[in-house]
Design a protein around this ligand. Sequence first.
Ligand code: GUN
Ligand code: FE
Length: 455
Amino acid sequence: MSGFTVCGTVIHAPVCGEVEVLEDALIEVDETGHIVAVHLAGTDDYQELRRRASERGKLQLLAAGQYLLPGLVDLHIHAPQWPQLGKALHLPLYGWLHQYTFPLEAKYRDIGFAEAVYTSLVDTLVANGTTTALYFGTIHLEATKRLADICLARGQRGLVGKVAMDNPEECPDFYRDVSAERGLEDTRALIQYINALSGNETGLVKPVVTPRFIPSCTDEMLAGLAEIAGEYGCHIQTHCSESDWEHAYVINRHGRHDGQSLKEFGLLTNKTLLAHANFIDDADMDAIGQAQTGIAHCPLSNFYFSNAVFPARKALDRGLQVGLGTDISGGPDPSLLRNCSMAVTTSRALEEGVDPDADSDSRGTPGSRIDFREAFWMATTAGGLALDLKTGLFKQGYAFDAIVIDANVENSNLILWEGLDTHEDMLQKIIYSADRHNIIRVWVQGRLIKGDNNS
Ligand code: GUN
Ligand code: FE
């Protein structure tokens, strides 16, 4: 790939709660896919740079009604649950795991099945604008290696974990690591495989230490995984205080909340991502903030499995790194944009309350709302911050991970009304009504992985 320059209307969110619109900005990308510079219209060498890029055939000009946004960062996906999307949503978490999810995940000992599902999923997520994806695989080493291979082949920035779950009291015989020792060994093997993967010299695909959640792991497994993460400097992902049942289970077993327990085991680091975190209290928030641990807020999934709404406003006001996750298939939609709108909607439900029989003055939790600006920040900038990766923003030194949203495509719900819609209005509309058909181009690390440059 040689370098190129994109010119058009750029929308991103350097600051939580604020949106920056740059009209006719020039973004210079080098041959390694990094942003060299962002030039604003009207600055000194702007015209000269634009002319030179154009002469060299390296200028990609966006049309009116097209918007360049940072690629979306999905912080929580269960890749093996893709065939289950939109099904089995009637049970609470425990029953859902045991009756539907564990039996489905057990099928990934079949590599052919794994390849078919993972290819379909990665392609769908890319089509929906997800440039960075944090994946749980299954307990199976080989299938999880294939997921890493597919991310690399498709060019998606993928962070991939072999699920660790060895607790015989909480995991069925047909789907469990045979021992902590074996689970740890396979975790190491996956890390070594991904780190040595041919074509992955830039680290586009990364390994992730993945204790499923405290209930499914023995203490020996949790301690061993923390040690491995430290040794390799790896990311860590797990579920945290997700539902009433799960939160109570950890209090019962460890005498403390998930956040404190993970901290004691050494699993709360600046490269840890906690999915859900609905029932975290002030002390948990302090621990999470001090460790600079990220949270994957999964607003759609939470409505089905969590018994509560994540206190997004409170977490943001405390400066926590809160990004967004689809939680496929607990969340029945692969689009992170839909999860942006759900993050806003659920925060409004928390603020207003939902029980019509309750008095209006005690129905909700005042001051809980977030708006589309914060949701957009979560889906982009905060995702990068939480993962400690330079993605999610248009800034010098960052990877050029970007999407073009086109409001001109036919038969679309996204319509730009000339004279009525500001650029910021359009961002809000994108969050509520753009879908994969409006996402006409997707780049990861400067490589175009959806669309072509002439559309
Ligand atoms: N907790 C443990 N495993 C899972 C899972 O697969 N999905 C969700 N939402 N929560 C979990
Ligand atoms: Fe999950």
